[in-house]
Design a protein around this ligand. Structure first.
Ligand code: ARG
Ligand code: ZN
Length: 474
């Protein structure tokens, strides 16, 4: 288990000092707010107790913080892994949902073999006794999730600082890199930057607005949009899976830095790239609750917020693997396609389904490349072809980065769950190569994947993209 040797205070001081004295460090302002994100807010929380008015005024002035959005902390929260979950149905309620509703557990991952769930300090005792009573074994993966969050954050700060010191000029004017996770503004600035550098072949769309009014951005890259076969890539459906937008932007960067030299199976395609499908959730996960998964839609009649966008698509929507409870992390929404983010993507894709050959969606964690179906226990007709391409990617990843990925059918490798974007695209847009990619890791860090692993993980994402692009015949 990872232990953080730095106190909150020293982290703050380190950051404040290095930043204050380094005026050469050109980085977008937005990113600075985020870097200190939770910490700055935490400091303010203390201030707010002393003088409410002052803190509130400050917040209003820089627009960073709503006083109600005090960061959630996970001190002494534990991450547990529980095997054989299917044996433990409780009055028809799956164990995961049970622990979620009774003990405020946060489901990190559920697959055919195990459940990873985090339990806050206050509920540890009760949850432990519950498991003991029911003879359910657990493995404790981590005993302080806040430390893990802080360690990842500190590592990112240090990596950026190291670069600032070494005088290497930033390659991108947006300030993006793959040494750390970046905020939404930086990602959107990067998309604009690419468009500006390749005005002839890029088009930047705002395909709609999120629940909180943010732009939903898609970049198209194509030398011949009328004729070339189309590949869609998205990330960030789930807010806390930060490695996903990081990987999608990495893929975009890698495609573009050597665009002229790319092989035909890259250059003679139309690419649609949406790094952040759930911008509200992403922002919220960076500012307030690191474990946030859903979007940020208000739910009439409920105190809880947010719909799981990957349970909201109109395929097997009422089926297994989702919840009707707005407080659940896998809440499917009031109706299929109810969410603005879902609608925007659905409408955009439906109008472009001609020649749409691949749909790739990046999630974390688990290291798997899976293809439909998820909503029912069946394989698509051409599952063999999809499996072959998936396996090619798995092999290439193994030889290039040494990471072990699995490939397979979603319902088998993960679990049956309706309402997914992958199944919907396959069914409604008749796309052949549909894959959900679960990026690193296999559970050691989970969503708090250390920034030093972004590059390696990004390469793995790119390998999947290249294998799929290659598989599509020109
Ligand atoms: N971890 C992803 C999720 O739970 C996996 C998605 C797989 N596809 C699906 N339609 N369930 O959303
Ligand atoms: Zn996900």
């Amino acid at each position: 288990m990872l232990r953080c040797q730095y106190s909150l205070f020293s982290v703050f001081v380190l950051f404040a000092l290095t930043n204050a004295f380094d005026i050469t460090r050109m980085e977008p302002i937005a990113d600075k707010n985020i870097h200190t994100g939770n910490r700055m807010l935490y400091e303010r929380e203390i201030n707010a107790n002393i003088s409410h008015a002052t803190a509130a005024e400050e917040d209003a002035a820089d627009g960073v913080l709503d006083v109600n959005e005090i960061p959630v902390r996970f001190d002494d929260a534990q991450l547990w892994r529980i095997y054989n979950i299917s044996e433990h149905m409780q009055n028809n309620m799956p164990l995961a949902e049970m622990l979620e509703s009774k003990f405020g557990g946060v489901i990190w991952k559920e697959n055919s073999k195990f459940l990873d769930i985090s339990i806050n300090k206050e509920n540890l005792k009760a949850a432990r006794s519950y498991l003991t009573e029911h003879n359910i074994d657990k493995e404790v993966i981590n005993t302080n999730i806040q430390e893990m969050i802080d360690a990842a954050e500190l590592e990112g700060i240090k990596a950026s600082q190291a670069e600032a010191g070494s005088r290497t000029k930033k390659q991108t004017s947006s300030g993006i890199d793959w040494k750390d996770y970046h905020d939404l503004e930086t990602i959107y600035a990067f998309m604009r930057e690419i468009r500006q550098k390749f005005p002839k072949i890029c088009r930047l769309y705002s395909i709609g607005k999120s629940a909180e009014g943010r732009d939903l951005k898609v970049l198209r890259i194509s030398e011949n949009p009328r004729e070339y076969k189309k590949i869609w890539i998205d990330g960030g459906i789930h807010a806390r899976e930060w490695i996903s937008p990081a990987t999608v932007t990495f893929i975009l960067y890698q495609l573009m830095i050597k665009w002229e030299e790319q092989p035909d199976y890259i250059k003679q395609r139309t690419w649609y790239i949406m790094p952040v499908m759930n911008p509200d959730g992403y922002v919220y996960s960076r500012k307030v609750n690191r474990m946030w998964r859903k979007n940020r839609a208000r739910i009439p009649g409920s105190k809880c917020i947010g719909v799981d966008l990957n349970r909201n698509f109109n395929i097997g929507w009422k089926g297994r693997g989702s919840s009707t409870d707005p407080c659940s992390d896998i809440y499917r929404g009031a109706s299929a396609g109810s969410e603005l983010e879902t609608k925007a993507v659905v409408n955009f894709l439906l109008r472009r389904k001609h020649n749409l050959e691949a749909y790739l969606t990046f999630h974390s964690y688990g290291q798997a490349i899976v293809h439909p179906w998820a909503y029912k226990a069946a394989k698509v007709k051409d599952s063999a072809a999809l499996q072959r391409v998936g396996q090619t990617a798995v092999q290439r990843i193994l030889s290039e980065t040494k990471s072990v990925y699995k490939s397979g059918v979603t319902y088998q490798l993960l679990s049956v769950a309706g309402g997914g974007s992958d199944d919907w695209t396959r069914a409604a847009c008749d796309v052949k190569y549909v894959y959900t990619v679960e990026l690193r890791d296999t559970g050691k860090y989970g969503f708090q994947l250390p920034p030093s692993q972004i590059l390696g993980t990004g390469k793995e994402g790119l390998i999947v993209v290249e294998a799929v692009a290659q598989a599509i015949t020109l």
